[in-house]
Design a protein around this ligand. Structure first.
Ligand code: AHR
Length: 499
């Protein structure tokens, strides 16, 4: 297999928005409780936050945190999570008991400890409405002098939270969603909510729900309807996508990035068509605010059942990721970067324990899943950079789900210091690829590569073997005459730096 990528400084795309490296903390399973928050854990600080988890989240390099859901938010009363009274409530999305011990104030404290990461707050447009959204906004962003801003101050936050980014509901196109709506029902509610929120704080950045997946039966018409009704009052439309192998078809699974790419391109076309129809100059971008590999049908994703069975923080969606999963995951990151002109925010779903790069044991250790590595290295190398317009020529192969796909998928980023970072995935199950990078003008003298590759593509990191899968230095790399050549093993992900 051969593939070539050409990086030319005359063809730089828009700068990468750091928000593309966001993640997601939902009240789901053990993401919050015994994940980021576990009072009494030997590593917990005075506020109950696990310091070992904070350290790993910092190392991962995530930016914006989307919170508090997900499906959870569509039945959530934010008032339950502030002040002294913290009622236990049913969480019907995940058939659990929500203790409300952790809420908005705790989240803002945790974000401060992370280093001031931005909060992306989701509001409940499932069971609730405009008034509740406005109340939450007043509570969060008004300095003082009103009932709700004074209540926030009384609850220990003298300064407003000043939350800029808001999701207007979650996956409202999904029949599983509490308060699921038709496109038009949702579009009108989102439009009215957005307009109301702007009466309080005009410069908010608002995200409307797009489709829960590229394959939703309503995909396309949902976006058309929602964008038509809300266009001038919103800044983002969301995309969500989860991938898993189906019927053992690993070739198609390895090409998941191709589907994500066409999903983004389809949504971008609908945004452009809507702007044209409305004769609007307004810009709307994509917030890819849930993406990951997720084994949805597997045992860890079975919710508890029964009227007498509402556990607190059960083990849910605790997928253990393999090297293969991490390669697909790395490809999804490459795809987000390639579309950085349209995707200005994204959230890896999720952060800790729940389909997560970081796992914890209650009262025990925290460790890195295989997917941790591509995320951390991409964030480290690409933040603040600018993507080169994708110019790639790769051999192709056939997949059952997506037809012909490029075998190698890659993206080049110009870093702030003028050096280059190139991320590449080899989607072939069996064949290594000879990957050639044609460098832009410049005096490049050094090239190195880190590769995620395992002979056993199903190898995982577990509590017992926390470092089984990691990145390895790829010694095949050669830099000569403005060209870098590197061998990409089959089913591998690589990050290449060129100085
Ligand atoms: O991330 C897990 C779930 O996936 C979220 O709660 C929901 O929005 C999506 O269906």
């Amino acid at each position: 297999v051969t593939a070539r990528l050409t990086a030319d400084r005359d063809f730089l795309s828009t700068p990468i928005d750091d928000r593309i490296f966001g993640s997601f903390v939902e009240h789901l399973g053990r993401c919050v409780y015994t994940g980021i928050y576990e009072p009494g854990h030997p590593q917990a600080d005075e506020q109950g936050f696990r310091q070992d988890v904070i350290d790993l989240v910092k190392e991962l390099g995530v930016t914006t945190i989307r919170y508090p859901g997900g499906n959870f938010v569509s039945g959530y009363r934010w008032e339950d999570g502030v002040g002294r009274q913290r009622p236990h409530r049913l969480d019907t999305a995940w058939h659990s008991t929500e203790t409300n011990e952790f809420g908005l104030h705790e989240m803002t404290h945790w974000l401060e400890k992370l280093g001031g990461n931005e909060l992306m707050e989701a509001i409940n447009l499932g069971t609730r409405s405009i008034e509740d959204a406005l109340r939450l906004l007043e509570y969060s962003n008004v300095a003082n002098g009103t009932a709700l801003s004074e209540e926030r101050r009384k609850n220990g936050a003298p300064k407003p939270f000043n939350i800029r980014m808001w999701c207007l509901g979650n996956e409202m196109d999904g029949p599983w969603q509490l308060g699921h709506k038709t496109a038009y029902e949702y579009a009108r509610l989102a439009a009215m909510t957005a307009a109301g929120m702007r009466q309080i704080d005009p410069d908010l950045e608002l995200v409307v729900c797009g489709s829960s997946s590229h394959s939703m039966p309503t995909f396309g018409t949902w976006e058309q309807t929602v964008l038509k009704e809300t266009f001038e009052d919103i800044n983002f439309i969301s995309c969500h996508a989860y991938y898993q192998p189906e019927d053992g078809d690993l070739e198609s699974f390895l090409a998941s990035g191709a589907d994500m790419d066409s999903f983004i391109k389809h949504v971008a076309s609908i945004i452009d068509a809507t702007a044209a129809q409305l004769k609007s100059e307004h810009s709307v971008f994509i917030s890819f605010d849930e993406w990951n590999v997720w084994y949805q049908g597997a045992e860890p994703s079975h919710s508890p059942e029964g009227i007498d069975n509402w556990p607190i923080a059960p083990h849910l969606l605790e997928d253990t990721y393999s090297a293969l999963d991490a390669v697909v995951f790395g490809d999804l990151l490459i795809t987000l970067l390639k579309n950085a002109d349209r995707v200005h925010a994204a959230s890896l779903a999720q952060l800790v324990n729940v389909i997560a790069p970081i796992m914890t044991e209650p009262q025990g250790p925290a460790w890195r899943q295989t997917t941790f590595f591509p995320f951390a290295l991409t964030a480290q190398l690409a933040k603040g950079g600018t993507v080169f317009e994708p110019k790639q020529a790769s051999m192709q192969h056939h997949t059952q789900k997506y037809g012909m796909v490029d075998t190698v998928n890659a993206v080049a980023v110009q870093r702030e210091d003028g050096s280059l970072a190139v991320f590449a995935v080899n989607r072939s199950l069996h064949d290594a690829a000879n990957f050639v990078i044609k460098l832009p003008e410049g005096n490049f003298t050094e090239a190195s590569a880190s590769t995620l590759y395992e002979d056993d593509i199903f190898a995982t990191n577990t509590k017992e073997h926390q470092n089984r899968v990691a990145l390895h230095t790829n010694n095949t790399i050669v830099l000569e005459n403005d060209v870098v050549v590197v061998e990409l093993p089959p089913t591998s992900w690589s990050a290449i730096t060129i100085n």
